[in-house]
Design a protein around this ligand. Structure first.
Ligand code: SF4
Length: 385
């Protein structure tokens, strides 16, 4: 694993077992995500973008099944293979270290809970200790100003909160949580969580966050709902964020605001972002480096300037040429993505490529660094293997 990589995906093979046959959706995908960068993952529908990004969270939706591969994550200088972690450990990694913004914000939010309820769930799951500490600090302040009966009540609350901090499994604490007169300290924790959520919503430029926190998803506009989802994914300040086409369902002006917001957040929190999209315009504006996927293979990896200035893979060239430009004839990539049930033996792009050679039909091109930090999988650039 390269030192600066937060996540390193190595030789990922994933199949879908369908009635029509075994779909070889990922065929040896490898790339790394550096600390603090925005890495674009681009390709057509069916190229394997979403399954690759879900693999980083160790989520394999049936009938998808991982065949082999390794995904190393670097947490505080220690390396872990995500794919070998058990469910309980993985549940701690998700949300806390790696988080995801889903494509359709309304589908990602639960319609029967308020925004605040849904975000607080993340705080209670991953940041409970911090919540309890903040509540204790606030209660100590309140205690200084209190007198008489109020002081006695605050003291009782404080003692239960300290028990919660030092011995959360104690029987007396669990009993107190069930007795209405004694469980007031839990309301204090909820108030503290609310304060933290309002602060988070404010940092995402959500107007009137104290009102939005009590709203249900159907009361929010598309842009606001996506901001709420972003707030949820950032609640634990994760070291890596996967943004799976986060602006696809939004109109252009809101899309621009969300893109700006994601860039700002990356600068502010130094979060590494895997930005999944098929929109090369968004990639040019947002990303530092780009991974181009085609039919489950990595076709090219380069920094965003090199990729747009000098694309090496014929598929990347065709993708860039197919961006609509005013005054230019629209050029689409001819043909369709091959069936991955029975993919071509050599290069998976050969029947759509203008430069096909004999060896492209039989020999699978390997991903090779042909210029500094510029990798390509094409026989044109290294003479084949
Ligand atoms: Fe085209 Fe051959 Fe390169 Fe594939 S390996 S992109 S078919 S030139």
């Amino acid at each position: 694993m390269e030192e600066e990589n937060v996540v390193q995906i190595k030789d990922l093979y994933l199949n879908f077992y369908t009635y029509d046959g075994v779909v070889k959706a990922l065929d040896g995908v490898s790339f790394g995500i550096k600390k603090g960068e925005i890495l674009g993952l681009v390709g057509e529908t069916g190229s394997g973008k979403s399954v690759t990004s879900l693999s980083v969270l160790s989520i394999f939706v049936p009938p998808g099944r991982l065949q082999k591969g390794q995904i190393d994550i670097n947490i505080k200088g220690k390396k872990y293979d995500i794919l070998s972690l058990n469910d309980a450990t993985m549940a701690r990694v998700r949300g806390k270290y790696v988080s995801m913004i889903f494509q359709e914000p309304r589908a990602a939010l639960n319609p029967v809970y308020t925004v605040g309820d849904q975000i607080s769930e993340v705080y209670f799951h991953h940041r409970k200790a911090e919540l309890v500490d903040n509540t204790i600090a606030q209660l100590r302040e309140d205690l200084k100003k209190a007198s008489g009966l109020r002081r006695t009540i605050y003291r009782a609350d404080l003692s239960l909160l300290e028990k919660m901090k030092n011995n959360p499994k104690s029987v007396s604490l669990r009993l107190s949580m069930k007795i209405p007169l004694l469980n007031r300290f839990q309301n204090r924790i909820k108030t503290e969580a609310r304060k933290m959520i309002v602060q988070m919503l404010k940092s995402l430029n959500i107007p009137d966050p104290a009102r939005v926190i009590d709203m249900y998803p159907h009361e929010l506009s598309g842009g606001m709902a996506q901001r709420a989802v972003i707030a949820m994914s950032l609640a634990c300040n994760p070291m890596m964020l996967i943004a799976d086409e986060p602006t696809t369902s939004l109109d252009v002006t809101v899309q621009a605001q969300i893109l700006l917001l994601i860039k700002d957040l990356q600068k502010k929190f130094h979060t590494s972002i895997l930005y999944v999209t098929h929109d090369l315009g968004v990639v040019a504006e947002t990303c530092d480096r780009v991974v181009v996927l085609y039919a489950g293979n990595v076709a090219e990896i380069a920094n965003v300037f090199d990729l747009y200035k000098k694309p090496l893979h014929p598929y990347t060239q065709a993708l860039l040429e197919s961006i609509p430009r005013p005054g230019h004839k629209f050029i689409s990539i001819r043909g369709i993505v091959p069936s991955l049930v029975d993919p071509p033996k050599g290069c998976r792009f050969y029947d759509r490529c203008d430069y096909t050679q004999e060896k492209c039909l039989h020999i699978e091109p390997q991903l090779v660094e042909v210029e500094k930090d510029h990798f390509v999988a094409c026989h044109l650039h290294y003479g084949g293997s």
